[in-house]
Design a protein around this ligand. Structure first.
Ligand SMILES: CC(C)(COP(=O)(O)OP(=O)(O)OC[C@H]1O[C@@H](n2cnc3c(N)ncnc32)[C@H](O)[C@@H]1OP(=O)(O)O)[C@@H](O)C(=O)NCCC(=O)NCCS
Length: 189
């Protein structure tokens, strides 16, 4: 059996994280090294790496936002600064990115990393909902989110600067274990 470890990322992981980023997204969708560095230093609990046999082969990053029913495109801009939006007293976890090295895909590691982040964050922070964006073409990612209870709440047309200018599908999940009441329950899917 392979030795698997999921741990908080440190700045010294940045080289591996950028390798994963470059394998996972086309050039126009890559995020900058400075963005990743900021994410690790601003919210280390929200940035995990996956090691298989001591080799860093996956990452997941997140930030905590103040919940808003008004979903704006600019909230999801790639390269936005975590410092401007992250608030540990907020109630919504934004999962900003996930990637696994190609040769490690399709073995359940993406699902594992995603569920581990979810578990760790909800244990420590008062999170009532989670939000993310995905392209319809990122089939494995979309499957992880749907299986976990995320539902589409909005589409942002032509959001991604990829070849087909694919739409961003905004997905949200309410964590029903929490006691927080929402004023607009119709938003719950
Ligand atoms: C998305 C990603 C992290 C998933 O990691 P992974 O380790 O390959 O995924 P898993 O093996 O855990 O599989 C997750 C689910 O997707 C399915 N899946 C995996 N690869 C698939 C493929 N090529 N086509 C269709 N479904 C696939 C699995 O069957 C599983 O679904 P199930 O639980 O219903 O059986 C990885 O594919 C990746 O890095 N992709 C490029 C970057 C990306 O798209 N990131 C998402 C940003 S929103």
């Amino acid at each position: 059996m392979k030795k698997i470890l999921i741990r908080n990322a440190t700045v010294s992981d940045i080289g591996h994280i950028m390798d994963i980023e470059h394998e996972s997204f086309c050039e126009s969708v890559h995020e900058d090294i400075a963005v990743f560095r900021d994410r690790i230093t601003t919210f280390p609990d929200g940035f995990l790496v996956l090691e298989v046999e001591g080799h860093v082969c996956g990452y997941i990053s997140s930030e905590i936002w103040n919940y808003s029913q008004n979903i704006r495109e600019d909230m999801f801009y790639l390269d936005h600064s975590i410092n401007k939006v992250h608030d540990v007293t907020g109630s919504e976890l934004y999962i900003s990115s996930i990637g696994i090295l190609k040769s490690y895909r399709g073995k359940g590691y993406g699902k594992l990393l995603f569920s581990e982040l979810s578990r760790k964050i909800t244990e420590k922070y008062t999170i009532s909902s989670m939000i993310l964006i995905v392209s319809a073409q990122w089939i494995a990612a979309k499957r992880i989110y749907e299986n976990d209870g995320f539902r589409e709440i909005k589409r942002i047309h032509g959001f991604f600067d990829d070849v087909t200018h694919s739409d961003a599908i905004v997905m949200r999940k309410y964590t029903l274990d929490n006691k927080t009441e929402f004023s607009d329950m119709s938003f719950r899917r």
